[in-house]
Ligand binder design. Structure first.
Ligand SMILES: NC(=O)c1ccc[n+]([C@@H]2O[C@H](COP(=O)([O-])OP(=O)(O)OC[C@H]3O[C@@H](n4cnc5c(N)ncnc54)[C@H](OP(=O)(O)O)[C@@H]3O)[C@@H](O)[C@H]2O)c1
Length: 272
C-alpha cells in the first residue's frame, strides 16, 4: 500500500524510480536483491516490504522474523554493497502502548506482539548493517490507495445505512496517517537526510471511533456508530492502547506532517 503511493509520488517529483517487488525480488533471497540493485544503481533504497498482518504474525512467528528481521537485514546489506542510503519503515508496535503521552524516538521499546518484536529486530538489523547510512521512519494507522485499511473497511461498512449501529473501539488512541503524507516526507528526506529513527505519522490524534466518525462525516454516510472498548473485539495480537508518535524530532529538523483531518480529506476527495 505505501510502496504504491511512494512510487507515484517520487516519479511525479521527477525522480527515477525502480520498483522492486515479488515475485522477481524477494527480500528473503539476497541474490534477487543484488540482481535488481546492480541493474538500477540507486542512490537510496526505500524499504516498504514487510509482513504487516499483525494477527497472522502471532501464529507465524518464524515467517514474521524471516520477513521483518532477516528481510530487512538483507535489504540493508544490499544497500551497503551498492553504496546507497536506506530508508526503512517501522511502526508504533515497537512500543507496548502503555505510556500516557505520545512516544518519542528515545522512549524505551517494549513490543508485546510478534509483529512488533520482528519489526524492532528489523530496525536493529538495519542499524547494525548500515550504521551511518540509514533512516527508519516509524508510522502508524496507515491508509492509502488500494488499501486494505481501516478507512476502506469503514467505507464498506458505512455504505449499509440500514445496518445495525456499528461498534468502533474508543479506548485506543493513534495518529491516522495517509500513505501520501508519508510519501511526501520520504521525498523530503531524499534532500534532507536525517540519520537514525524518526517518527513520521500525521499530526493530531484520534480514537478509532473518532476516526470512523470523521470518515462517515466526510463521506456523508448515515450508518450509526457506537463507541466500544477493546475487550469487545478480542484479537490474537494485542492492540496498543497508545499508538501516538511524537513528531518533535521531525519538527526540529524543519518538517511538519499534515494534520490527520486534512490528510483524510485529501484522500477521500480523491486528490491522492
Ligand atoms: N499498514 C499500517 O497500518 C502500518 C502501520 C505502521 C507501519 N507500517 C509499516 O509500513 C510499511 C508498509 O506497510 P503497508 O501497509 O504498505 O504494507 P503492505 O500493503 O502489506 O505491503 C507490504 C508489501 O511487502 C510485500 N512483501 C511481502 N513479503 C515480501 C518479500 N519476501 N519480498 C518482497 N516483498 C514482500 C507484500 O507483498 P504481498 O502482498 O504479495 O505479500 C506487500 O506488497 C511496512 O514496513 C509496515 O510494517 C504499516
Amino acid at each position: 500500500m505505501l510502496g504504491r503511493t511512494l512510487a507515484s509520488t517520487l516519479s511525479a517529483a521527477g525522480h527515477t524510480v525502480a520498483v522492486a517487488d515479488l515475485p522477481e525480488v524477494d527480500i528473503t533471497r539476497p541474490e534477487t536483491l543484488s540482481a535488481a540493485i546492480s541493474g538500477s544503481r540507486p542512490d537510496t533504497l526505500m524499504h516498504c516490504a514487510a509482513m504487516t498482518k499483525v494477527d497472522d504474525c502471532e501464529s507465524n512467528r518464524d515467517l514474521a522474523f524471516l520477513l521483518n528481521e532477516t528481510g530487512s537485514r538483507n535489504v540493508a546489506v544490499a544497500a551497503r554493497s551498492a553504496g546507497a542510503r536506506l530508508i526503512g519503515i517501522s511502526t508504533d508496535y515497537v512500543f507496548d502502548g502503555k505510556k500516557s503521552t505520545p512516544y518519542l524516538e528515545t522512549d524505551l521499546t517494549a513490543p508485546s506482539t510478534v509483529y512488533g518484536m520482528s519489526k524492532l529486530a528489523g530496525e536493529r538489523a538495519i542499524a547494525e548493517e548500515l550504521p551511518d547510512q540509514y533512516t527508519i521512519v516509524r508510522i502508524a494507522w496507515l491508509y492509502g490507495q488500494g488499501g486494505p485499511s481501516f478507512v476502506h473497511t469503514m467505507l464498506k461498512l458505512g455504505a449499509d445505512s440500514q445496518g445495525e449501529p456499528l461498534k468502533v473501539v474508543d479506548d485506543q488512541l493513534g495518529n491516522p496517517t495517509s500513505t501520501l503524507a508519508v510519501s511526501r516526507l520520504l521525498l523530503w528526506l531524499l534532500d534532507h537526510p536525517v540519520p537514525g529513527v524518526l517518527h513520521g505519522s500525521c499530526e493530531g490524534e484520534a480514537s478509532w471511533y473518532e476516526f470512523a466518525g470523521e470518515i462517515f462525516r466526510l463521506r456523508g454516510l448515515r450508518r450509526a456508530i457506537r463507541p466500544c472498548r477493546t475487550e469487545e473485539f478480542p484479537r490474537p495480537a494485542l492492540r496498543p492502547a497508545n499508538s501516538r508518535l511524537d513528531k518533535a524530532r521531525l519538527r526540529s529538523v524543519g518538517y511538519i506532517m499534515p494534520d490527520w483531518h486534512r490528510a483524510l480529506e485529501e484522500f477521500l476527495s480523491g486528490k491522492e
